[in-house]
Design a protein around this ligand. Sequence first.
Ligand code: ZN
Ligand code: ZN
Length: 359
Amino acid sequence: MTTYRLTFLREKLKDIDTLIITNPQNRRFLTGFTGSAGVCFLSKDHAYLATDFRYYTQVEQECQDFELIQAGYDFIGTLPKVLEKMNAKRVGFETDHLTVSEFESYKEAAPHVEWVPTKNLVEDLREVKSVAEIETLRHAIKVTDYAFSRGLQALKPGITEKALQWALKQALFDIDGREPSFDIIVAAGLAGAKPHARPSDAPIPRGVPIVIDMGALVDGYHGDMTRTIVMGEPDDTYRKIYDIVLRAQKAAIDGIRPGPNGRDIDALARDLITDAGYGDNFGHGLGHGVGLHIHEMPRFSTRATDAPLQKNMVITVEPGIYLPDWGGIRIEDVVVVTENGCEILTETPKDITSQIMPV
Ligand code: ZN
Ligand code: ZN
């Protein structure tokens, strides 16, 4: 299942002969192994997965392309033997996924090899999704849509942010025992001005914006969606800001296709928000890749790289406007880049009328 991924990765091992993979999502992407601990070793001729006693059988079952190294709990003790077996000389490690102390102990255990820092070797491969990955993400997003509408049935005057969060989580669990892909955000009124607010015990007032950001986890892949609803009649600010954020999101989605880079797409939404007078109130990037990790490459942001968008990248589009003395509005969908544009995977309605919940 993962053979072609190894072929691509091996082609990228130019100035190193061996790569050590310590990031959990990268490990799963390359090996298919769903356990929580293990380190991969890859060279032109070898592919090993070292793990502890808990996972020996699981590795045999899940990883056809990797040979199991029974490392027990003394991984560092095993390291020199594995590197020797691989005839490793220049060994790459993932700079973003190894602590300083782990790296020090690697160097101490194998001082004879040259340690070479690497960055994004596997992450780059994860940016463009396979057909199977897109189907899994589609599934995760469908579950998200469904759980969102089911969970909202709990919305009634007097409900607290935490109770609504729990209802949404319960709705996920009711669909094949699914779990949230991250802590569900329910942020009403002023709390919504903080993009990543924690739900509180405060009852949600009528008429204020309620930012709900949630996703389902399906086979390791992350759904991600935000809607900003309101219980009862909203004020004029809601109507005005909602309209700007929705137009900004549509402007960005209309521009997504293979070719432009992440800054180009970010600007489509940001310029519209800035022209409307709220540029300073949109303080985060427009979107992020989703997959085995909730936030991965590529990015839609002012600091995105020159790399052009490619077909089958799966990315969120989530502009927001946050007003410290009022609240926030964010709208987030997941899209997949197609041959000539993009397909919106999220199906939850986002026209303003659907956000206004009668009470
Ligand atoms: Zn989100
Ligand atoms: Zn997101």
